[in-house]
Write a protein that binds this ligand. Structure first.
Ligand code: KG4
Ligand code: ZN
Length: 345
């Protein structure tokens, strides 16, 4: 057997139908993503049934395209990887069912991958350097917000998590309050560029000693809502918020979230004595987060984030990549879907 391993990855946990072929966990041969985000923008958030219907329409052409762009046939594929948790169950099932069927027909091992493990392994895509374990990872997506110690390949220890909203969820909810559309993260970041981050002193919930590596963003979201109500209350012909007010709120909110994320990440990195820090999940696309963490690490600890923006948000290359390092191969009949499932070793 050659030492080249090609894995087909499938990801359908939310509103992206994605398939990719990745060699040895690192080399991306194809990475196809069909997003139904435009449909969800109309409703200001993902509607599970709409997402599931779109997956059904897209999954077969997306897999075909991933195989074609990678220039491979089924004989070249060594295994099939699929996201099994966490996510919208109806959406997950479409990816899982497709992977099961392909695994059965083409007699390929099936590797179930945790979505957040995928996000973590997005940091390895297109990367030549060897990792220096242990690594501290900040996972910041729409549904997840954790501090994870990666002690070795596929050895995760969750040292902190959000007690309520995830950072991406907070971005999405505040964007909705500001009328900035969905998804909120990129919209807030764009508005913030034109705003003053010191205009409003929003709370920075650092929590007590017991929760020093946990997060909480729902109070911050409430503070933004109260601030908006204070401005608009009592207006007769409510003209809404002015653009410069929106930009200032976006910038001040973003600064508060990023202060908390970066402070906790950097102090945990020092406490655990890691040499490398990774950012993972949709919010890792945020330029200010990257810059702030990098400034606070002062060059003493290496900061890594996915090589391309498309590897930050949901994609299947990260699932195929993680599968290469994942020790688990299962009988395709035994795979399960979970809306919530802890990141496990
Ligand atoms: O990882 P992801 O694509 O999906 C989940 O697993 O949830 O993350 C999506 C989240 C959304 O909440 C979106 O608003 C946020 O990532 N996001 C950002 C940025 N780009 C995406 N948040 C802040 N700044 C960004 N540039
Ligand atoms: Zn994700």
């Amino acid at each position: 057997m050659s030492n080249v391993m090609k894995i087909l990855g499938i990801e359908t946990s939310c509103d992206e139908t994605a398939a990719a072929v990745v060699e040895n966990g690192v080399k991306v041969l194809s990475n196809v993503i069909a997003s139904s985000v435009d449909l969800h923008a109309k409703t200001g958030g993902v509607v599970p049934e709409v997402a599931a219907r779109e997956h059904i329409r897209q999954i077969t052409p997306v897999v075909d395209q991933a195989m074609e762009e990678a220039n491979v046939g089924w004989d070249d594929i060594d295994a099939i990887a699929v996201t099994h948790a966490p996510g919208l169950v109806a959406s997950l099932l479409i990816g899982i069912n497709t992977a099961q069927t392909l695994s059965y027909i083409y007699k390929k091992p099936l590797i179930p991958i945790h979505h957040i493990a995928g996000h973590i392994y997005a940091n390895f895509l297109e990367r030549d350097e060897k990792p220096a374990f242990p690594i501290l990872v900040l996972t910041v997506s729409g549904g997840h917000n954790e501090l994870v110690l990666l002690k070795g390949h596929y050895q995760f220890e969750v040292i902190g998590e959000t007690l309520d909203d995830a950072a991406g969820e907070a971005f999405d909810k505040v964007a909705r309050l500001l009328g900035l559309g969905f998804p909120g993260g990129p919209a807030i970041a764009k508005a913030a560029e034109k705003g003053n981050s010191k205009a409003i002193d929003f709370p920075r919930p650092m929590l007590d000693e017991k929760n020093k590596y946990n997060f909480s963003f729902s109070g911050l979201k409430t503070a933004v809502r109260t601030h908006i109500t204070d401005i608009t209350e009592g207006r007769d012909n409510d003209p809404g918020l002015q653009d410069n007010t929106i930009n200032d709120i976006a910038a001040s909110f973003q600064a508060a979230v990023i202060d908390v994320l970066s402070d906790k990440l950097v102090s945990a990195a020092r406490e655990f004595g890691v040499k490398e820090v990774y950012l993972a999940g949709g919010v890792s696309a945020n330029q200010l987060l990257r810059q702030t963490v990098s400034d606070k690490l002062k060059g003493k600890i290496l900061l890594i984030y996915p090589k391309q923006l498309i590897y930050c948000t949901d994609n299947a290359a990260m699932i195929a990549g993680a599968a290469y390092f994942c020790p688990r191969k299962v009988d395709f009949r035994k795979i399960e879907a979970h809306s919530q499932f802890p990141l496990e070793t």
